[in-house]
Design a protein around this ligand. Sequence first.
Ligand code: FAD
Ligand code: SF4
Length: 514
Amino acid sequence: MVNDHVRRLGLVLGDQLSFDLSLFDELDPAHDALLMAEVREEASYVPHHPHKIVLVFSAMRHFAAALEARGWRVIYVRLDAVDNSGSLAGELRRWHAALGEPALHLTECGEWRVEESLRSTGLPLTWHADRRFLCSREAFAKWAGNRRQLRMELFYREMRKRTGLLLEPDGQPLGGSWNFDADNRKALPKGARGPFPARFGQDAITREVVALVGERFAGHYGRLEGFDYPVTHDEAQALWQHFLEFALPSFGDYQDAMAEGEPYLFHARISAALNIGLLDLRQLCADVENAHRRDRVPLNAAEGFIRQLIGWREYVRGIYWLRMPEYAALNAFGNRRSLPAFYWTGRTDMRCMAQAIGQTLELGYAHHIQRLMVTGNFALLAGIAPAAICEWYLAVYLDAFEWVELPNTLGMVMHADGGYLGSKPYCASGRYIQRMSDHCTNCRYNVERATEDDACPFNALYWHFLMRHRDRLGGNPRLAMVYRNLQRMADARVEALWQRGERLLAQLDAGEAL
Ligand code: FAD
Ligand code: SF4
C-alpha cells in the first residue's frame, strides 16, 4: 500500500468515464489523486451479462491510462489485486487511511444503492453534480412539484425550450409540431435490412479482461465470446459516426420495427457507451440537429432521436432520483408470479420471445420495442413480480444501470407505479407483434387464434390481463375502446379467453416453457 500524503482524492466510478466530470475542475493533477476500483460487489450484485462486466472493466482500464497520459495520478485497483476489499465503500475507506486522510471528492452516483453505501462510510465526502445530464436532480424535482402523475411529453417540451434544440427562431418547434411519433411506426418492408453493424476488435487490455471475467464470473447468464463493443472515447465516436451516416436517416421510420436476425436494425446501439461516459449527450444532440439542418436526416428521425435522449432518458433519471428508494418496492397490480426460466435460456416456442431473449443473451442488447413490447409485454400480461423482472433487465443488458432500467421496467413496462410515469400500460396482443415484425410467420403458435391450444399466448393473456385488472384500468380513458370491445364480446368467447389465460398461467406456475 502506498504510504504518502495526498491532498485530495477523487473517486471515479465505472460509469463516470468522462473527461468533463465537474470533479476534475476542483482537483489539481499536481497535488491530488484519483481512485478507480474494480470491485466484486458491483460486478455481481445481480448476475450481470459477461459482456457488461468486460465493457466496464476494460473501459475503466483504458480511461485510467488516458487520465495518466493527461498527467493525473491514478490509483487503480484491479479486481484480482490481493488486497482488494471487494466493495467501493471498502476501497474508499482503505485508501483514505493509506493516503493520510485526504479530502474526498465524488460525483453524484447513478444508482441510489451505490450512493447510500458511500455515504454510509461516515467519511467526510464532497459531492459534485453530474453535469453529463441536462436536468439536475433538483431541477427535475422542481418541475415535478407535487403532481400525482407526470407526463414525459410535457417534460420533453420544457427540455426542448431549455436547450433550444430543433426550434424556429421564434421558439416554436421546427416543422410545426413537438412530436412526430405518428410517422415512426412503420413495419420493415419485406427483405429490407439494417446497415452492417460497426464492430470493434479486442486489444490486449480487453483480452485480459475477457479472460478475467471468464474465470471469475463463470456462472453469469449470457455469452462471453464475441465482445465487439467500443471501450474508448475514440471507438465510441466511431460507433456514433457510423450511426449518423448509415442508420439515423431511417431511425424514425423503423423505430418500432422488429425483424428476424436483425438485432440492431436502425438503432444507434450507443446507450451503454453513453451511460458510462464514453459519449457526450450534448454533442450527440447537436450532431443530430446539424444533420437535419443540412438535409441529411428527415425531421421525424431527428426529432424522434432527440426525444429519446433529452426526453425519455432525462425523464426516467429524474423520476428515479425523486422517488427512490420507495419506487423500487411499488407493485400496483400486486403481482407475485416468478420469472419463467426461459427468460434466462431463451428456450421457448414463442418465436418473438426466443429472438429477443436469444440476442440478449448473445449480445447484451435488444432494442426498445423488443424490451417494451415483447419481453416486457409478456411479463406484464403474465403478472410477473416487478422485482423479478427488474432484476432480469438489470442483469442482461450492456446498458443496464438502475437509474434508467428501473423506471423503464417498473414504471413503463409493468405499470407498477400505478401510472406515475405513464398514463397507461403498454399491453398488447400478438397482433401488435405481427404488425411490427416477421416473427409470427416462423412461430409454432398461430397469431390469428386466441383460445385454442396452438393459439398465440399473447392473445389470451392480453384479454386475461384486462379482465383481471378491470377495477383498476376500466376507467382509464386511454383504454376505453378496448374495454368497450371486451364488453361487446359474447359471453362464451370471454369465458374461453379467460380459461385459455388460466391454462397458460398454470403452465408458467408449473415451470413449463411455453
Ligand atoms: P436507440 O433506439 O438508438 O435510442 C437512442 C438513445 O436514446 C439510447 O441509446 C438511449 O440512451 C436513449 N433512450 C431511448 N429510449 C430510452 C428510454 N426509454 N429510457 C432512457 N433512455 C432511452 N436504456 C438504458 O440505457 N439502460 C437500461 O437499463 C434500459 N432498460 C430498459 C428496460 C426496459 C424494460 C425498457 C422498455 C427500456 C429500457 N431502456 C434502457 C431504454 C432503451 O430500450 C435503451 O436505451 C435502448 O434500447 C438502447 O439501444 P440504442 O442505443 O440502440 O437506442
Ligand atoms: Fe410471438 Fe405470438 Fe407471433 Fe408467436 S404468434 S411470434 S408468440 S406474437
